[in-house]
Design a protein. Structure first.
Length: 166
């Protein structure tokens, strides 16, 4: 099988049941606790957790405000979540990334949630959506930093799940 350089893949096991891990993506209060870059204060503006619904959030980095949004495509409770992710404006409209790397306007993510005894294995795959050659190269160029960023975000999710389980 040929390796696709335009795909980001992250696999993480969480010490929590599949339902709890999945529900952490479906609840605004949970997302306020763990979603987003660790260096920002993140807050949910709105969450409409259904196919066609939007998760709109704000990220505050030392007073610099930016926004992001998910557009949910497919939801299979407790096992699958598909959405596009984009930087956004205050109205949840996609905007270019607020840094120097040229990225596609949207990235498609697919998360699977697999029960493994009392834990859950989450596999995240991400791909550029309708990116130009330059945007796809930008996506490839930040692969390592995306692994690091999702790793830190998933660390926050693990901490949240640990608090919920106590």
């Amino acid at each position: 099988m040929k390796h696709d350089e335009n795909v980001l893949t992250i696999i993480r096991e969480f010490d929590a049941p599949q339902t709890e891990v999945f529900n952490a993506f479906a609840d605004a209060g949970a997302l306020n606790e763990w979603w987003g870059p660790v260096e920002t204060k993140n807050s949910v503006i709105s969450l409409d957790f259904r196919p066609g619904g939007i998760f709109h959030f704000q990220m505050d980095y030392e007073g610099n405000i930016s926004y992001g949004r998910f557009l949910f495509i497919r939801i299979e409770p407790h096992s699958l979540l598909e959405f596009t992710n984009a930087f956004a404006d205050e109205h949840a409209n996609p905007v270019p990334a607020p840094f120097d790397v040229k990225l596609p306007l949207e990235i498609s993510y697919r998360l699977t949630f697999i029960a493994n005894n009392d834990s859950t294995i989450v596999t995240l795959t991400g791909r550029p959506v309708n990116g130009s050659a330059e945007e796809e190269e930008g996506f490839r160029s930040i692969n390592a930093s995306m692994h690091e960023g999702f790793g830190a975000t998933f660390d926050k999710l693990a901490t949240y799940l640990g608090k919920v389980r106590k």
